[in-house]
Design a binder for this molecule. Structure first.
Ligand code: F6R
Length: 614
């Protein structure tokens, strides 16, 4: 939520800021703005409601004097609607000071009252302007931006990344973070700040991760990181493992189309380096065997799509590691009194590694004595830093808001985790066969993409006027039904629901009326004739009531043919590996249907890629 970029160096900053914002726009896109200290030492600012293009147009129509110190922001509204006035930056100290912010300042009302009592008036409805005004007041006392900034962040409650600069101190941008992301990009004679490395990856792949409750000051030649008391601390360096091209659309019609197509590579990269001598060995979990043997319970916690990957993970970890697994939505987890202790492993899953709900669940689990492991796609992110161990998915940057390749990589990581734990605990029985299944997955995903893309896209074209779509699955097909429905909802704005197929007769079957499209994920009869036959019975039940049935079934499954209006085929795979294949046509369907409706699949309405508020 909200993308932040800062620059100091020898170059004019506007293009750098706008390019950084373009890469961060996935984080929020309801308004954008930049502030620059120009060559004459004056602070100029422009901000516009709407997507970044509106800001660009405004700058083309009426240029803003350029300068070599600047900050930029792309917003996902929290306090105050997406208007020009509420957009960031916010100014203070007679417009000599600019502030941008990501997160929510929880005590902003009290601070605003305090400032209002001193005669300060506000232009916007935002909590950010309160922080700006506070900084203005503190700056007036000391004339020292770093000192004033420290005073301010110590007064703020909630979650925030805050960046500020003052025209009287050009060549300096200060930033702070609490429970919200901020990374430093180290250039040659120039330095950058960003919500994530995408903000500056085209300029440098050398980065520093900043810890919680830390402040950074960048000048062209220096980077200083301190705690909120001003005590210098060491920031953790890392190299960005992907280059700018990986975050470009590269000829694809959308980032989502590109990312769907990248799934074979994302799955392969997640597996790479984690198979040794025919067994799954995750090097990052080296030295944790005693922990993995000693635990009596696993809780997997996540939100949205990642929580559906977690549901697949439950089947995999229980089957191979023989340990009970619960899946908890992260935002529910800490608001009850869960039974957890040092025999519990809490696995969090997050593409961004910044989802506030998931981060809070991880912190809560640690406080309660649990051991924590995160599955994450983003280097330098907060959740891995707050966890005892991390298994990175190597899906590469995911820019489209709707998660696709990160989801298949998350399931892959959970399959690896299940097999790793099964090996360590001595409970997984057929390592060779499972490893062979894993290794075959990328090729099979590629096969689904090659063989079903046009068919599914055509189907979606025919269904562009559909008002509601249902998805049914059993066993690991159930989470995929949930994911298929979520993808459709979020990018095509069509009502969609996913159900466990067996649940239908307990109520939702009342939704079936003639012509109602229903996707049914049919598990392979080779794994369980029983589950397969139950799903075929479910198909008959809805078909009898007039449903239009679209079946996703493995090649050669002829039992579904009499009852299906359309059959989408996936290659044969082991039961726990099927979800990685079955989700692909559902992603293509959602994308093609949204495209047929003329919608922006990369930036669906009301959403942001990284949800850093609770
Ligand atoms: C849906 C989607 C979201 C995310 C969720 C968690 O397509 O992307 O449901 O899965 O917001 O995000 P991360 O994985 O970044 O924690």
């Amino acid at each position: 939520m909200c993308g932040i970029v800062g620059y100091v160096g020898p170059r004019p900053s506007q293009d750098i800021l706008l390019a950084g914002l373009a890469r961060l726009e996935y984080r929020g896109y309801d308004s954008a703005g930049i502030a620059v200290i120009d060559e004459n030492g004056s602070l100029g600012m422009r901000k516009k409601a709407g997507k970044l293009a509106m800001l660009r147009d405004s700058l083309t129509d009426a240029a803003l004097a350029d300068g070599t110190t600047g900050i930029g922001h792309t917003r996902w509204a929290t306090h105050g609607g997406p208007t020009d006035v509420n957009a960031h930056p916010h100014l203070a100290d007679d417009d000599k000071l600019a502030v941008i912010h990501n997160g929510i300042i929880e005590n902003f009302a009290a601070l605003r009252d305090e400032l209002a009592a001193e005669g300060v008036s506000f232009r916007s409805e935002t909590d950010t302007e309160v922080a700006a005004a506070l900084l203005g007041r503190e700056y007036a006392k000391s004339g020292d931006l770093q000192q004033a900034f420290r005073n301010v962040v110590n007064r703020l409650e909630g979650a925030f990344t805050l960046l500020a600069m003052h025209q009287d101190q050009p060549g300096l941008v200060v930033g702070a973070r609490r429970n919200s992301p901020l990374v430093i990009g180290l250039g040659d004679g120039e330095n950058f700040l960003g919500s994530d490395v995408a903000a500056f990856v085209e300029h440098t792949r050398k980065a520093l991760a900043i810890g919680q409750d830390q402040i950074v000051a960048i000048t062209p030649s220096e980077v200083t990181v301190t705690d909120f008391d001003g005590v210098v601390v060491e920031a953790q360096p890392f190299d960005v493992s992907w280059d700018a091209a990986a975050a470009e659309k590269g000829g694809w019609s959308s980032f989502m189309a590109k990312e769907v197509a990248e799934q074979p590579e994302a799955v392969a990269n997640t597996i790479r380096g984690r198979i040794q001598d025919g067994q799954v060995v995750i090097p990052e979990l080296d030295g944790l065997d005693d922990l993995l043997i000693g635990i009596n319970r696993v809780i997997i916690t996540a939100c949205g799509t990642a929580s559906y990957a977690a549901l697949v993970g439950k089947y995999a970890v229980e089957q191979w590691a023989r340990v009970p697994v619960d899946v908890e939505l992260a935002h529910e987890f800490r608001y009850r009194d869960p039974v957890i202790g040092d025999d519990t492993l809490v696995v969090s899953i997050s593409q961004s590694g910044e989802t506030m709900d998931t981060l809070m669940a991880v912190k809560y689990a640690r406080e309660r004595g649990a051991r924590t492991l995160s599955i994450c796609n983003t280097q330098g992110a907060t959740i891995p830093r707050e966890s005892d161990a991390v298994v990175y998915t190597h899906a590469g940057p995911e820019v489209a808001v709707a998660s696709t390749k990160a989801f298949s990589a998350q399931i892959t990581a959970l399959l690896l985790l299940g097999l790793h734990m099964g090996r360590v605990r001595g409970t997984a029985s057929d390592a060779a066969a499972d490893v062979a299944e894993l290794q075959a997955l990328p090729e099979k995903v590629a096969q689904v993409l090659a063989e079903e893309n046009d068919h599914v896209a055509q189907l979606a074209g025919w269904m562009a006027d559909t008002r509601s779509v249902l998805f049914l699955g059993r066993h690991v097909g159930y989470p995929i039904a949930l994911e298929g429905a979520l993808k459709l909802k979020e990018i095509s704005y069509i009502h969609a629901e996913g159900f466990a197929a067996g649940e239908l007769k307990h109520g939702p079957i009342a939704l079936i009326e003639p012509g109602q499209p229903v996707f049914v994920l049919v598990p392979s009869p080779r794994h369980s004739a029983l589950i397969h036959s139950k799903v075929v019975s479910n198909i008959q039940e809805i078909r009898a009531r007039g449903a239009r049935v679209i079946v996703v079934a493995e090649e050669g499954d002829a039992a579904v043919l009499p009852y299906a209006d359309e059959v989408i085929r996936i290659p044969l795979a082991g039961a726990l590996f099927e979800p990685v294949l079955a989700v692909v046509p559902l992603q293509i369907f959602a994308m093609a249907l949204a495209t047929a409706k003329g919608l922006d699949v990369d930036q669906p309405r009301n959403l942001a890629k990284s949800v850093t508020v609770e």
